[in-house]
Ligand binder design. Sequence first.
Ligand SMILES: Cc1cc2nc3c(=O)[nH]c(=O)nc-3n(C[C@H](O)[C@H](O)[C@H](O)COP(=O)(O)OP(=O)(O)OC[C@H]3O[C@@H](n4cnc5c(N)ncnc54)[C@H](O)[C@@H]3O)c2cc1C
Length: 408
Amino acid sequence: MTGIGIIGSGISGLQLALRLQQLDVPVTLYSEQTAEELGAGRPRNFPARFAPTQQREAALGVRGWEFDDARVYGWAVTVRGEHGALEFPAALDPPASVVDFRLYLPHLLGEFTRRGGDVRTGPVAVDRAARRHDLVVVANGDRSVRELFPVDPARSPYPGPQRILCTGLYQGIREDSPHTLDIHFVPGAGEILRIPFLSRLGPAHVLAFEAVPGGPLEAPAHLDADADPIGFRREVLRLLGEFAPGLRERVDPGRFGLIAPGELAQGGVTPVVRQGWARLPDGTCALAVGDAWITNDPLTAQGANLGSHTAFALAALIAGADGPLDEAFCRTASARLWEHARHVVEWSNAFLAPPPPHVRELFGRAAADKRIADAFVSRFHDPEAMWGVLADPEGVESFLAACTDGRP
Ligand SMILES: Cc1cc2nc3c(=O)[nH]c(=O)nc-3n(C[C@H](O)[C@H](O)[C@H](O)COP(=O)(O)OP(=O)(O)OC[C@H]3O[C@@H](n4cnc5c(N)ncnc54)[C@H](O)[C@@H]3O)c2cc1C
C-alpha cells in the first residue's frame, strides 16, 4: 500500500494525519506551509473547540493548554427585543478550549513530524499526489482545489454570505464573570460576541460583529483598521454603545484596541456543501473533508469541530476498509460522513435565519430557568442533539420537558 496522501494542514488534515499514523496506516501530509509559517501572519479564524474535539486530541496525545486562560466555562446571553432585552447566564459543561490556531496548528504538525510523520512542504497538484497514493484526501480549501468539488445546490440553500464578519483580537475589556463568553443577539442586525481567547500574545478577547448584510453592524467590516486605527476603534465603540451597551460599559477606553496591528479578520463566508468526492483525470478519486467539503458560517462555532469529527470517522473507514480505496469507497465514505455532518449544516444554516416561534420560546424559557439555559448551551458540543432540539416545535417541547423533569 502506498498509503494516504492528505493535502492541507489545518485541523482537518492534521487530525486525520495523526489518527492514521496512530492506526499504522501509511500517510503523507502535504502542507503548503512550514510549522513556522502556520504560526505567522494574520488570524484566519478564532475557533472554540468543544469537548468531543478535546477528547479526540487526548486520544491523539496532543492535548495542550489545560488552564483557565484557554477555556470558556459559560455564556452570558442577551437577546434584544422591542420590549427590552432578555438576559441569562448559562454554564458550558464541559468547558470549550479557545486557542489561537497559530499556536494550535504548529503544535499538531510538530507532533506528527516528531513521531516520524512524512511531511512534504510546498504546493502539490491533486492529480500528481493521487498518482503516488491509494487515496488522496483534500483538506485544503484554496480556490484551485475548490473547483474540483462543485457546490451541491441541494445542500447549499444560500447564494451568498448571510453575515459579514469583522472579528479581531482585542485588549481592554473587563469580564463580568471570568472565562465567560458574551453573545448579544440583535434581531434583524446580527450578533455581537466577545470571547475570552488565548492568542499568540497571551490572553485576549475575540470581539466579533456578525452583521446581516446591509444592516447596521456591517460598517467595521469595510474599514481599514491598519490605515485608520482611530476611526476603526471609534466605530467599534459606537456600535457597542448602541447595540451591546452592557459590553460597552466594560471597555476601558484607555486600553481598548486590537492587541496588535493586523489582528483582525474581515469578510463574508458563504455557507456551502461541496460534492464530497471527485473523479480525477486518470480515473482515480479524491475525497474532500473539512472546509474543502463543507464551509459553515462561524456563528454556531462548528467548522473546526466538524473537521475533527470527520478526521476520526474517515480514519476509521480507511483503516477498516477491506477493498480498494476507489470510487466506490469514496462514494460510500462521503455518504457515511454526511450522516453526522448534515446535522451541523442544517442547524448552522437555520441559525442564520430569523428564529421561528419555537426557538423564541426556548430562549424565553431559558431566561427563566437556568436548567434549560445550561442544557441548551451545553448542546453546542453535540450538533446531532442540538438539531434534534431546534429542528421543529416537537424537539423543543420534549427538550423542555426533559430539562424540567431533571433529565436534560
Ligand atoms: C471568524 C471565524 C471564527 C470561527 N470560529 C469557529 C469556532 O468557534 N469553532 C469552530 O469549530 N470553527 C470555527 N470557525 C471555522 C474553522 O476555523 C474552520 O472550519 C476550520 O479551521 C477548517 O479547518 P480545515 O482544516 O478544514 O481547513 P482550513 O482551515 O482551510 O485549513 C486547511 C489548510 O489548507 C491550506 N489552505 C487553506 N486555504 C488556503 C488558501 N487560501 N491559501 C493557502 N493555503 C490554504 C492551509 O495550509 C490551511 O492550513 C471559524 C471560522 C472563522 C472564519
